[in-house]
Design a protein around this ligand. Structure first.
Ligand SMILES: *[C@@H]1O[C@H](CO)[C@@H](O)[C@H](O)[C@H]1NC(C)=O
Length: 202
């Protein structure tokens, strides 16, 4: 684990990839990735991540968050986590057999929520919906040997705040005026993400 000042933050995948041979007649090779994560920080932190999992449980397990998120006012104390961007990264090996297939897909069963996905530094997709599955053909960016996949996740509350601002500027109308009544986050209307992230149910 690395704790520093204002550097780039990065998190490292620490999960197994599940490789499944799909429909043989079409020669599809599918790599399944399970992701279920949230958002981010102010200082540079690098910890091992579990996927599927959550940024909060990773930071708690690695000792960055000292107490349970759910006790006392820790949801407020640990709010900085959701205001930073978090990046998940891992390496995986590809052999010639995989590359001999016509298609090689990267399948994300869930990414929470707004992210850019790169493989070997090449952008292969963007996400903005926690509730759907994403699949990208990645054959053209893969190489024999070690490859790197990176999922750079943007702060959800800051993203939705920005979207709300853009909407207001464009239509001169605020869809759902934000009222901070119970330490909630605002602008939930502008993101496809579970409601609980914005304090509903807390
Ligand atoms: C997080 O990402 C957004 C979008 O790329 C960027 O505007 C913002 O400055 C980033 N925040 C931090 C703390 O790096």
């Amino acid at each position: 684990m690395f704790l520093g000042q204002k550097c780039h933050k990065r998190r490292v995948f620490n999960t197994r990839w599940h490789r499944l041979v799909g429909n043989q007649s079409k020669q599809i090779y599918v790599i399944i990735m399970l992701i279920n994560i949230t958002t981010m920080v102010i200082t540079a932190i690098q910890v091992k991540a579990r996927v599927p999992g959550s940024i909060y449980s990773d930071l708690r397990r690695e000792g960055v968050l000292k107490e349970s998120l759910l006790s006392g006012d820790n949801d407020l104390k640990y709010r900085w986590v959701s205001y930073d961007n978090w990046t998940f990264e891992r390496t995986f090996n590809v052999d010639e057999k995989i590359l001999s297939k016509q298609y090689v897909y990267l399948l994300a069963n869930g990414i929470d929520t707004v992210s850019e996905v790169t493989v070997n530094g090449r952008l292969i997709g963007r996400t903005d919906n926690q509730f759907i599955r994403y699949k990208w053909d990645v054959k053209h960016v893969l190489k024999v040997g070690q490859n790197t996949v990176r999922v750079s996740i943007q702060s959800a509350p800051l993203y939705s705040m920005q979207k709300s601002k853009e909407y207001k500027e464009k239509y001169k109308y605020e869809v759902y005026p934000c009222t901070k009544t119970d330490n909630n986050e605002c602008n939930y209307d502008f993101i496809r993400k579970m409601a609980a992230s914005y304090s509903w149910d807390w």
